[in-house]
Design a protein around this ligand. Structure first.
Ligand SMILES: *[C@@H]1O[C@H](CO)[C@@H](O)[C@H](O)[C@H]1NC(C)=O
Length: 271
């Protein structure tokens, strides 16, 4: 006959076995040579030329596949893994040159995507619309990125931070950023930009939330007054350009730092 404490003891053992099995089965999903915990997966520097086809733990929040040789982000690659919990995805330092417009569909939790150091030339316009909560995106170090002449570079109604450093960009127009209305920080240093085009009034309303603009290490000779007039702008980094004067001020009066701060709310100008 079993006493009740024995029964409790046995039940505890059973619960324990069940839990261990559950953890093992979640951990069990991990592509060969990658390393996974229940919330993090890493396949860094494995010379992969394709995305792993095996499953990752479905509970993953962070996945790092940087430093490989992958050249294409296909329509079903990421959807196939069915990791709806994913928050951060790092695909930097690969050889990605083709991105399917629907490749990020279904990633409703994705907040941070690192695509820096790839070979991206063009981005299908809706690519970043599908992860509806994407806030941070890096396209830095894509040396052949083509800035569309008079069309948006990308579209997102959630993106707050965009990195475009070291992309060999020679011209940027406000129209390129017209469809990233919530953008707060734009890093576009170390390019060859000679002109920031702001064709007509009103267009800069696209940048109404911009707080940080880093255009250092470019070829700018002047800064359009529309940029200085951005109401939310707090930090403007201008060093290493060819600026002589800071544009023609939109407002009357001599240009001086105090006026600049007063007119634009800019707290930091480094030049
Ligand atoms: C992505 O991976 C690269 C290279 O492994 C690393 O330098 C970078 O900081 C990572 N990005 C993020 C956003 O953590």
């Amino acid at each position: 006959m079993y006493s009740s404490s024995n029964v409790v003891f046995l039940l505890n053992i059973l619960v324990l076995i069940f839990l261990v099995k559950a953890v093992i089965s979640v951990k069990g999903h991990c592509p060969a040579r990658c390393v996974c915990s229940t919330i993090e997966g890493s396949c860094v520097e494995l010379s992969l030329t394709k995305f792993p086809e095996e499953r990752f733990p479905g509970s993953l929040m962070k996945l790092d596949i940087s430093r490989n040789l992958i050249s294409e982000l296909g329509e079903y690659t990421i959807r196939y893994w069915m990791i709806v919990s994913l928050r951060k995805l790092n695909l930097s330092n690969n050889a990605i040159n083709r991105i399917n417009e629907q490749s990020l569909m279904g990633q409703s939790g994705l907040k941070e995507l690192d695509l820096s150091g790839n070979e991206i030339t063009t981005i299908p316009p809706k690519t970043f619309v599908y992860p509806p909560h994407l806030q941070w995106l890096s396209l830095a170090n894509n040396g052949e990125l083509e800035m569309p002449e008079d069309a948006p570079l990308l579209e997102s109604s959630s993106l707050k931070v965009l990195h475009l450093e070291h992309c060999n960009i020679d011209r940027i127009s406000v129209i390129n950023l017209q469809k990233v209305m919530e953008l707060e920080e734009l890093y576009i240093s170390h390019n060859r930009i000679e002109v920031i085009a702001t064709e007509n009034e009103g267009e800069t309303s696209a940048l109404k939330n911009l707080k940080v603009l880093d255009v250092s290490h470019n070829q700018l000779q002047e800064l359009p007054p529309e940029i200085l007039a951005l109401l939310s702008l707090e930090t403007l980094v201008l060093r290493k350009n060819k600026l002589k004067v800071l544009g023609e001020m939109k407002y009357s009066g001599e240009f001086c730092e105090k006026d600049l701060y007063a007119e634009t709310h800019i707290k930091t100008v480094s030049s």
